[in-house]
Design a protein around this ligand. Structure first.
Ligand SMILES: Cc1cc2nc3c(=O)[nH]c(=O)nc-3n(C[C@H](O)[C@H](O)[C@H](O)COP(=O)(O)O)c2cc1C
Length: 286
């Protein structure tokens, strides 16, 4: 087992209704052979366990937490707030599992970085499979296997920016882990290219989700001088398998690529140009 990542087979179910909790455990253990499901009747119990697990090392952390919202003692929201204050190194993937059908709850849950999905009870086998697929997508490495179908038209947005301070491995890993959890839950794919403080990012997915994530990215103080390079509808994704692929690039390669896509360059390739798409994919594959 890798000591720096959560225990892939360990799952917490935080649920006050003991019948629902037991059914959830049975379904999970059936769907994920070798998994170990621990049940907690409220957020407080789970938080105490999680704090101890964190002290014992990342490999003692669960890879997935299924969280009910309405519970006594400490409810799901309080648990999420408390988790935000626990620095866990490798963030744990949390899915909300609730009887609430309130769209405001769904929107509120999406604002938590650790929350990768929102599902309604009662659970059935196909929901369990979706949860497990999403967990794989959110926890990476970067492969996106879930095809969370959506009706909204596909859109892409590409921008360049400049890091406010150079990003080392730790900063980039933190950024990517954060991004992938959110992207996996919102059907967003793409790639982030980084070269000595220069950034190009391509985001693809349902248009409203792209707008939401880009609004967050614009507010982010970790980068500046953001210039949009492309923003429009697409027929298919270039990076369908990646919740956010990542490449570092040599400065000269990066400058060459930017030369092809920057609107300020006269010989730029249009965003939908197959040559540009091929170039990006080739660049990412290197
Ligand atoms: C270069 C760069 C790329 C980013 N890409 C994403 C991304 O693809 N998805 C994502 O959820 N957050 C991404 N983020 C992080 C967001 O900017 C933001 O920090 C995060 O979504 C939390 O937003 P909030 O603080 O408004 O809740 C990126 C940040 C930077 C600096």
């Amino acid at each position: 087992m890798n000591n720096s990542t959560p225990n892939a087979g360990l799952i917490y179910v935080i649920e006050d209704d003991s019948t629902t909790a037991t059914i959830t455990r049975i379904l999970l253990e059936k769907a994920l052979v070798g998994s170990r499901v621990q049940l907690y009747a409220n957020g407080q119990q789970a938080l105490e366990r999680l704090t101890l697990a964190r002290q014992a090392g990342a490999s003692h952390l669960p890879s997935l937490i299924l969280l009910d919202l309405n519970m006594p003692l400490m409810d799901g929201w309080e648990f999420l707030d408390a988790c935000n204050h626990l620095t866990m190194g490798e963030p744990v993937c949390i899915m909300v599992l609730t009887s609430s059908i309130n769209p405001e709850d769904r929107a509120k849950a999406a604002c938590y970085q650790n929350v990768a999905g929102f599902f309604s009870k009662p659970l059935d086998t196909s929901t369990i499979e979706r949860i497990l697929r999403l967990r794989r997508a959110a926890s990476g490495p970067t492969q996106r296997t879930a095809a969370t179908g959506t009706e909204a038209p596909l859109h892409h947005l590409m921008y360049q920016s400049r890091a406010t301070a150079p990003m080392g491995d730790a900063e980039l890993t933190q950024l990517l882990t954060q991004s992938r959890a959110f992207n996996a839950a919102h059907d967003i794919t793409g790639i982030l290219l980084y070269s000595q403080g220069n950034i190009i990012q391509l985001l693809e997915g349902p248009e409203p989700n792209i707008r939401t994530v880009f609004a967050r990215i614009l507010r982010d103080a970790r980068h500046t001088s953001i210039i949009k390079l492309a923003d429009g509808p697409i027929r298919k994704r270039l990076f369908a398998q990646w919740t956010m692929g990542f490449r570092t690039a040599a400065p000269t390669d990066f400058a060459n690529l930017l030369g092809y896509i920057n609107p300020q360059h006269t010989d730029r390739l249009a965003p939908a140009d197959p040559d540009l798409q091929e170039l990006l994919v080739a660049f990412a594959a290197e």
